[in-house]
Ligand binder design. Sequence first.
Ligand SMILES: *[C@@H]1O[C@H](CO)[C@@H](O)[C@H](O)[C@H]1NC(C)=O
Ligand SMILES: *[C@@H]1O[C@H](CO)[C@@H](O)[C@H](O)[C@H]1NC(C)=O
Length: 299
Amino acid sequence: MQLLYSRVYLFFISSCLVVTCEKFTPVVLWHGMGDACCFPFSLGAVQKHLNDSLPGVHMLSIKIGNTVVDDVENSYFMHPNKQVQLACEMIKSDPLLRKGYNAIGFSQGSQFLRALAQRCPVPRMKSFVSVGGQHQGVYGIPNCLSVDHRTCDYIRRMLNHAAYFSWMQHALVQATYWHDPLNEELYKEGSTFLADINNEKSINQSYIDNLMALKNFVMIKFETDTMVQPIESEWFGFYEPGQAKKIQTLQESELYKQDRLGLKQMDQEGKLHFLSLPGNHQQFEWSWFDKNIIDKYFK
Ligand SMILES: *[C@@H]1O[C@H](CO)[C@@H](O)[C@H](O)[C@H]1NC(C)=O
Ligand SMILES: *[C@@H]1O[C@H](CO)[C@@H](O)[C@H](O)[C@H]1NC(C)=O
């Protein structure tokens, strides 16, 4: 009898190792602009690594559209509100995510995942890691720092002119998180995505409650990022209103001081974690990631 019990016990242990062991909280991933769910050189590699660090962990890498090609195109052309809604349906219909999940967003995928946490509270997102996300938007185009400054200014002026036109908001994803510090009012009125999830238009209490339900909100900033302007947006900071030089940290912003989104309270509760790395956009070592993210928040 004794032997039989231990065999049954062993059987359960080993089935846990090979089938769907619930040892680790599942992980949802969302890729960045111009990328897709599953390329072997990007999120495919991330999944492979997570599977090594958290053996058998269930993962869902968000794919918007039927194919990876659609997924890439949609990262430019499908409105984030629609994308977040589709992602919400995906996580709701995945039985292995029923008890909640952790999430990692890459670049713009970070602000989309935050919108998901705020708009789609069931199942519950637990810890959220933003890898070079733009939580206060961008006022610059990718790699603009490396090109001639006059070209840079010209493109900025053009987006400045057209970013908040309704057709542009519905034509180009990046216009929905374009943040013009010279005209904050126009941004608040015109941004059909970021200004909404940041409670800049009005205060949506469920956004606050749902965001505050996170256990951890980890923001990774790349100190020499040439894709994101200003870099401080990766830590939820931005330019001081009215100009585009002086940086304001999250803690110095009105959003924080008035606590329009619950971030001040989260900060006081020790739920916000600000990490920085010396490299360019998305440059990190897996050994660093394991030590500072996986071991701390995913185990
Ligand atoms: C995770 O690792 C296991 C064991 O090596 C392997 O069978 C499985 O296919 C891997 N899954 C993913 C998504 O890489
Ligand atoms: C708050 O956001 C939720 C989710 O997007 C939405 O369903 C609800 O209508 C919003 N509430 C208000 C008062 O705008």
